[in-house]
Design a protein around this ligand. Structure first.
Ligand code: ATP
Ligand code: MG
Length: 334
């Protein structure tokens, strides 16, 4: 029997280049070796205050968009089970039971929680559900007994908590009902944003979407942050940490590698302008995105919804069995 792979996406926006190098690439590599489950974590999306208060009606549309993005990169419904968090009540039940075993302090100490509060400027205006997020995440993963979990770097600490929960329950039950969760961080654990922010993030609006048209790619790249210290194209430029070169390295096909190395040298010597490099990056990115655009044409809304419905039914059966096991462990079966 194949081992389970599981990972998830918050439907608060379309998928972008960061998702690709952060975890989609690993999913594409591993999908045939593992039995893959992908969750659309729509309840978690409500933990982002702007969504819970103002934009909740957009979450459903993004659930479809994100699923379409995933299908379009080559994660077909024949190889991957797609499921929607809100349609599986067993996840809430599991999360509630898990939360009894995690101290309030431990939840608040979670570095990703602390980081998101800072980056998203939540101050003290975050919900109880937001702090509870790692419990939901543990339930998202463990309801289908996910073992291999490919994620971006920012999720590593969250998963540590899910791992602790799975160990706790195995210990209480004196069984190995839950697998030991293994994480796998992508080739670029955290892709920089087009504005120079360390993380490209749908909540920060510094993205290039996997669904971007050639015109959108051009616009985004032309407005991109490069080396702020460089005023004229003849000034020596900095390659290190410059999004232009980070994206070129991350998304170019092998045939471009020599040219990119040459550009780096020229840039450092002040012999090539930002505009020339941006035009080159636009062509590299469009080449990368073209097969994704082509595949996208196969998936209209009705087809995506059907895929979600079927996948959710399958995942729910798994979740029911898992909840039953946990309740048996806790002597909660009447
Ligand atoms: P949000 O800002 O709303 O949290 P997000 O852009 O972080 O959105 P998520 O749906 O939370 O997107 O993340 C999905 C997956 O993609 C996670 O595994 C996350 O670590 C990874 N990921 C997101 N952004 C990046 C990035 N810039 N670089 C690498 N991986 C990323
Ligand atoms: Mg995130």
């Amino acid at each position: 029997m194949k081992k389970r792979l599981m990972t998830g996406f918050t439907p608060t926006g379309k998928l972008h280049l960061g998702h690709y190098v952060g975890n989609l690439e690993n999913l594409l590599k591993l999908k045939s070796e593992y039995d893959a489950f992908l969750i659309l974590a729509d309840v978690h999306a409500l933990g982002t205050p702007s969504f819970s208060n103002l934009r909740y009606a957009e979450i459903q549309g993004y659930t479809i968009d994100v699923t379409r993005d995933l299908l379009s990169v080559g994660l077909s419904e024949d190889e991957v089970t797609y499921y929607v968090e809100s349609e599986i009540p067993e996840i809430y039940e599991l999360a509630a039971l898990f939360s009894m075993y995690v101290s309030h302090n431990r939840a608040l100490r979670n570095p990703t929680i602390k980081d998101e509060i800072k980056v998203k400027e939540l101050g003290d205006q975050f919900s109880l559900g937001f702090v509870n997020y790692p419990m939901y995440q543990a339930a998202d993963i463990l309801c289908v007994k996910g073992e291999m979990v490919p994620v971006g770097k920012d999720q590593e600490a969250h998963l540590e908590q899910a791992r602790e929960i799975s160990k706790t329950f195995n210990m209480i039950g004196k069984n190995n009902n839950f697998p030991e969760i293994k994480t796998l961080i992508g080739r670029v654990g955290k892709l920089i944003g087009t504005d120079g922010n360390p993380k490209m993030s749908k909540s920060l609006g510094n993205t290039i979407f996997l669904s971007a048209s050639p015109e959108e790619v051009e616009k985004k790249v032309m407005n991109m942050y490069t080396d702020p210290k460089r005023i004229h194209s003849t000034d020596p430029g900095t390659v290190e940490g410059n999004p232009l070169f980070i994206y070129l390295d991350a998304f170019s096909a092998e045939v471009h590698k020599n040219q990119i190395e040459q550009y780096k040298e020229l840039y450092k010597e002040g012999k090539v302008g930002d505009v020339e490099l941006k035009k080159y990056l636009i062509s590299v990115l469009n080449e990368f995105l073209e097969p994704i655009r082509e595949r996208r044409k196969q998936y209209d809304d009705a087809k995506v919804l059907d895929i979600l419905k079927k996948g959710t039914e399958k995942a729910r059966e798994e979740a029911k069995n898992t909840l039953r096991e946990v309740k048996e462990t806790l002597k909660l079966i009447y």
